[in-house]
Design a protein around this ligand. Structure first.
Ligand SMILES: O[C@H]1[C@H](O)[C@@H](O)[C@H](O)[C@@H](O)[C@H]1O
Length: 638
């Protein structure tokens, strides 16, 4: 939308307010002036024959003087603690697992179960969250989520065994699912339109901030071999309690209150959030839209059915779920979960150093999400998402090329030691490091002299700990003499710089757009009656594809090699680009109530609405102004 048109829209909107206030003043007998207009405008308000030029000037002045009250920021930050916990709880487990698997003697299966149980619980509870949101409201759902985070954190940090730990992970997962779908909706519903994108994006900034904090905490407590994991997981209780207490005092979403018919309360909350600015026009607009939406929404039946049978919401749901699906299919969580392995490929052999350096990945993700917060209201959602996904696609190709070069220059196996148990292992058949590394049962044991590799062998991995070989030189750290290394899941390579470059570019491209925009856009594309269900479905899709991609990554790498897997993600990102190009309309600057109209056209003509800004004028209601005059609905002018 051009700047000029935004100004024009606001002028009209402000004018409608201004006119309302003037009528009010006339009716009040001219006793008070409710707008902070310049003296010229104020004096002319004693008559209703003011010229449009005067009105427009005064409206412009008034609009320029509007400041966003601080309360909306407080509200956004307390809600975004839910995002922080999302990032922290999904991020902290990788470091905690390193300690936990030794202390609780976990098999590979148990490790997988403990990691994926949270994500699976989140997928289910996100869907359930839609129902809870509609029934109890956003505030109760956020309170519920922080309650689950708190209880889950306590159970995890005090767990006596793996079963109790699994229970804790499931409880946290339930909190995650509810928070992930509620928080963006709550922030979007409380924000003024010109700030909405930025404030909802802050939630993703908190997610990546949580992931970054988790990597620092993992690094710090990795030195505490005994019970370190209890502190790592227990720390999440602090932000959870803070959010719970905060939300005891924060208000419900005004839009939800209006929908529930609690109009007086809604007016009070709206004026509290807007810092006692005039809320008549906004209140009126929300109320009317809800009434109209309810007429349009196709009668009875479950919300999801009504959404699917009403074309605009069906299209919005497709776009929302598609965005979340492509976010995960672009492989963000393989990069987040396996960055330590990728770093090891680039020559970092010390485990602790790899954990710390993995923190750099999460820091990059966080910093570039910050760029997204800055860009979202400047360039708009559509351009930001398109730019981001094309960058993601290219950098994934670069990552793949890095892995390809490493594979093509894979070091050979030069030494074939005899298995002491005389067992016939497949590992001894490999002639190169690449296939040896891709076999989850084997690892590469080698000596290094300068840049030359000597006596390299492919031997079975220790089933209890992938950090060692089952037998031989690499089976015990004290046996590993100087310059002897054990590489599991990676091969020593001189092309690691290409992989690292790809990784950094990937995060720089993904984090400002594809990271936050699916959440931000989902929070604004559904009409109120469909908002919680729409967000619940989209969040459910996000969690489902998260688990699908992260659980299949290693198998995918085994069958298609690392470069094959990353080329696949790159092609999926390209598909995502085509989908977004065709289907995602621009929602920047529009009121939530106006956005439904963007989905009235055919699905794949959405890009056209970018230039279709004249439509904006249709939605400006002058009702707010007439409201005081007659309180008579028949006098509304659309
Ligand atoms: O938007 C977030 C963010 O990009 C995170 O880094 C990622 O781990 C999540 O899966 C995603 O939903």
């Amino acid at each position: 939308m051009s700047r000029k048109q935004v100004d024009h829209d606001y002028n009209l909107r402000s004018m409608s307010n201004l006119m309302g206030e003037r009528w009010k003043k006339v009716n009040d007998g001219g006793e008070r002036s409710l707008i902070k207009a310049p003296s010229s405008a104020t004096s002319s308000s004693t008559t209703t024959t003011t010229t449009t030029g005067d009105l427009e000037r005064a409206a412009r002045k008034q609009f320029q003087q509007d400041v966003t009250p601080g309360f909306v920021y407080v509200l956004a930050v307390f809600s975004a603690l839910g995002g922080f916990l999302f990032g922290y709880d999904t991020g902290v487990i990788s470091g905690a697992m390193l300690l936990l698997k030794r202390e609780l003697d976990l098999s590979a299966l148990w490790q997988e179960v403990l990691i994926s149980s949270t994500v699976a619980a989140a997928a289910l509870s996100a869907l359930l969250g839609g129902f809870l949101n509609g029934l109890f409201g956003r505030r109760v759902c956020i309170l519920l989520a922080s309650f689950f985070f708190t209880v889950g954190g306590i159970v995890l940090s005090t767990a006596p065994g793996k079963e109790a730990f699994l229970t804790g992970r499931l409880i946290v997962g339930v909190g995650l699912g509810i928070a992930s779908m509620t928080v963006p909706v709550y922030i979007a519903e409380a924000s003024p339109p010109q700030l909405r994108g930025q404030l909802v994006t802050v939630n993703t900034l908190f997610i990546t901030g949580g992931q970054f904090t988790a990597s620092l905490v993992d690094g710090a407590f990795s030195y505490l071999q005994h019970d370190g994991w209890r502190y790592m997981l227990g720390l999440s209780v602090l932000p959870a309690v803070l959010q719970f207490v905060g939300f005891l005092f924060l208000p419900e979403s005004p839009r939800w209150l209006i929908q529930r018919g609690l109009t007086q309360k809604a007016r009070r909350v709206l004026s509290q959030i807007r810092g006692n600015q005039n809320i008549d026009e906004e209140y009126d607009s929300i109320k009317n839209s809800i009434e109209e939406e309810e007429k349009d929404s196709g009668g009875d039946g479950p919300v999801i059915w009504r959404m699917l049978t009403y074309p605009p919401t069906r299209r919005a749901l497709l776009v929302g779920c598609g965005l979340q699906m492509f976010q995960q299919l672009s492989g963000i969580n393989t990069v987040m979960y396996y960055s330590a392995t990728i770093l090891q490929m680039s020559g970092v052999r010390d485990d602790r150093l790899a954990i710390w350096l993995a923190g750099l990945t999460t820091l990059t993700n966080f910093l570039f999400t910050l760029l997204g917060v800055w860009l979202v209201e400047r360039v708009g959602r559509r351009k930001l998402t398109l730019g981001s996904i094309i960058g993601t696609c290219l950098s994934l190709s670069l990552l793949a090329i890095g892995f390809l070069m490493s594979a093509q220059h894979s070091p050979p196996v030069t030494f074939h030691p005899l298995d002491p148990a005389m067992a016939n292992s497949t590992c001894s058949k490999y002639q190169l490091c690449e296939p040896c590394m891709l076999d989850p049962g084997c690892g590469f044991c080698y000596r290094e002299n300068g840049s030359a590799l000597l006596t390299s062998s492919c031997v079975p991995v220790n089933k209890a700990s992938t950090e060692q070989a089952a037998w031989g030189r690499c089976s015990n750290s004290s046996l590993m003499k100087d310059q002897t290394y054990w590489a599991y899941n990676y091969c020593p390579t001189s092309y690691s710089w290409l992989v690292l470059l790809g990784l950094v570019l990937y995060l720089a491209a993904f984090a400002p757009g594809m990271g936050p925009m699916p959440w931000t856009i989902n929070s604004e594309i559904y009409p109120l009656w469909a908002r919680s269900t729409g967000n619940a479905c989209a969040a459910g899709v996000n969690w489902t594809f998260n688990i699908l991609v992260s659980l299949t990554f290693l198998h995918l790498a085994q069958f298609f090699t690392y470069y094959g897997a990353f080329f696949l993600y790159s092609s999926l990102a390209l598909l995502g680009f085509i989908f977004i190009y065709g289907c995602l309309p621009e929602t920047k600057g529009r009121r939530l109530e106006e956005i439904e109209a963007l989905f009235e056209n055919q699905l794949c003509s959405c890009g056209a609405s970018d230039s279709d800004e004249g439509r904006q004028v249709e939605y400006i209601r002058v009702k707010g102004s007439n409201y005081h005059l007659s309180d008579n609905d028949a006098s509304d002018v659309d």
